[in-house]
Design a protein around this ligand. Structure first.
Ligand code: ZN
Length: 235
């Protein structure tokens, strides 16, 4: 596919979404949807590379748009200053070819996973906390999704975000750039996708072919039918 015709939604323009959107605009992607309800804070600046002190207090999506348009005017940006959730998932996802998961809370990542699988939208999950980061490209119905690998969703707020546990800005950016690379690879080589796991403290990087779980609640659609699914999908 010609990258100029590609529409990619970035859900969360923070430590992952900033480097991912920068790399995708640089690669020549035609349209980026930027979705984030938050404003730029001083504490964001060490890892969220699209923002500077002059942006503090502005909507992240507006500050990100300014930065990207200055460098890559050929990339169109759509702004969605809303939190992602079950109430708006279908509406926002349907306009895009691919989705980049830049969310910070794990329970929200499951909501995005479940809706992308339900709507058959290829997406690239990524997560980073302290010294560990991972990236998982997913083609619904063909490759393993996040819930195939982690069947039981942790309870809300059980795991810390990178804001709470801390993360090196450079490591968060490295994972975000890897996520952008895997997004482009998902377009060019969809038959050959891997789960990446990096540990910067142990200095290890592993790529694993993820195995689909035949009992996966998202891939089978059951997550939207059963009571527990109702709860998790409506975070
Ligand atoms: Zn699955």
């Amino acid at each position: 596919m010609d990258l100029k015709n590609l529409k990619i939604l970035i859900v969360g323009v923070g430590g992952l979404g900033c480097p991912a959107s920068l790399a995708l605009a640089e690669a020549g992607v035609g349209t980026l949807g930027l979705m984030d309800p938050d404003h730029v804070e001083l504490s964001n600046l060490h890892r969220q590379i699209l923002y500077s002190e002059e942006n503090v207090g502005q909507l992240k999506v507006e500050a990100a748009q300014k930065y990207l348009q200055r460098l890559f005017p050929q990339t169109k940006t759509n702004l969605i200053p809303e939190a992602f959730g079950a109430v708006n998932a279908e509406k926002v996802l349907q306009s895009y070819d691919l989705v980049v998961d830049g969310l910070d809370r794990l329970e929200k990542k499951f909501v995005l996973n479940d809706w992308c699988v339900k709507l058959n939208k290829p997406f690239v999950h990524a997560g980073v906390v302290k010294f560990e980061g991972q990236v998982l490209p997913v083609i619904p119905g063909k490759t393993a999704c996040l819930r195939c690998l982690i069947p039981k969703i942790p309870p809300p707020f059980a795991l810390p975000t990178c804001r709470e546990a801390g993360v090196l800005g450079s490591f968060s950016q490295a994972i975000g750039f890897l996520q952008a690379y895997e997004t482009l690879r998902l377009v060019s080589h969809p038959e050959n996708l891997f789960l990446w796991k990096w540990n910067i403290q142990k200095r290890t990087a592993r790529s694993i072919r993820p195995v689909r779980n035949l009992d996966c609640q998202a891939c089978s659609g059951k997550v939207f039918e059963e009571t527990i699914g109702e709860m998790t999908c409506k975070v």
